[in-house]
Design a protein around this ligand. Structure first.
Ligand SMILES: [Zn+2]
Ligand SMILES: [Zn+2]
Length: 293
């Protein structure tokens, strides 16, 4: 199975952005112009509790309707980013008493829901594993680190524990742009969609045809004959993670590595790959669930 294909076009996306409509420092128009100027193809404006609807969208940018919905659960912050539904989610969200109701409401409107910044929110793996129907979670949230926050931008370890508990989630990197400062363009997603339309983008992610990154590129990701192989831009480390604590030969290090391979172990329930470049920037594939037929 070829999950990612280096020959196919990939579109650059940020699915989590705030504007002056809530607590962001740029207007929707300025935010869209900035992201388009940085080469983004896809943007979701996800203001708190509302769907921001600009009148005009820059040429070449696909604007996906978005909202950030917030809840508390036994001391945990639960922030859900809904994308791809229409503005009637605002009213529906106000009636939702639990995150699961909000996830279901977004789904009924044809959208998808991702869990924002789980490490920042101090979400527990057991609680995350109970949130059925999620599209995925942010492995990287650009604003959840210095200088604006403590260092809780990277949720990868937490999401490995969640995946080991049976909830294998897609991994996204989003800016969660507020200040339009150091978080701007610090993490994004490359979507291998057949065309630049909302249904095609949602479908590509549904099928796992995308990756999250801070810069490194992933070209091919292939699961075949019990092996997961990857090709990428020059890297200093390529690391394979699974639900097992110890596996030999899972980490490859060197100068300018552009490929690596992992032999699936009999007890692997999922495998995911992290590519790190010489500057310490990462790209993350989503976990690939291992099926045994
Ligand atoms: Zn949030
Ligand atoms: Zn946010």
């Amino acid at each position: 199975m070829r999950i990612l294909d280096g020959a196919c076009r990939k579109w650059r996306a940020n699915f989590h952005t705030h504007t002056t409509e809530s607590d962001g420092s740029k207007t929707p128009e300025a935010a869209m112009a900035l992201y388009r100027g940085m080469g983004y193809d896809i943007l979701a404006l996800t203001d708190h509790r509302m769907v921001t609807r600009p009148e005009r969208v820059p040429e070449g940018l696909l604007l996906i309707p978005g909202i950030e919905m917030d809840f508390f659960h036994q001391g945990q912050v639960v922030h859900l980013v809904g994308v791809g539904m229409d503005a009637s989610i605002e009213e529906k969200y106000r009636l939702c008493k639990t995150p699961r109701q909000a996830i279901a409401a977004v789904k009924r409107l044809g959208g998808r829901t991702l869990l924002a910044h789980p490490a920042w929110s101090l979400n527990t793996p057991a609680y995350m594993a109970s949130l059925k129907g999620l599209w995925g979670a942010e492995v990287w949230n650009s604003v959840s680190t210095l200088p604006l926050n403590a260092i809780r931008a990277d949720s990868s370890s937490l999401l490995d524990v969640t995946a080991a508990q049976g909830m294998v989630l897609n991994l996204f990197a989003n800016d969660d742009t507020h200040q339009y400062d150091s978080e701007l363009g610090a993490g994004w997603n490359m979507i291998q969609a057949e065309e630049l339309t909302i249904p095609a983008v949602l479908e590509a992610v549904d099928q796992g045809r995308f990756y999250a990154t801070q810069g490194p590129e992933i070209h091919d990701l292939i699961l075949e004959n019990g092996r997961l192989s990857i090709t990428c831009s020059p890297a200093s480390a390529i690391i394979f993670y699974s639900n097992q604590a110890w596996v030999g030969g899972r980490s490859h290090m060197g100068n300018g590595l552009t490929k690596a391979e992992y032999t699936i172990e009999s007890r692997d329930a999922f495998v995911r790959v992290q590519v790190m470049d010489a500057r310490g920037r990462s790209a993350w594939t989503s976990p690939v669930a291992i099926r045994r037929d």
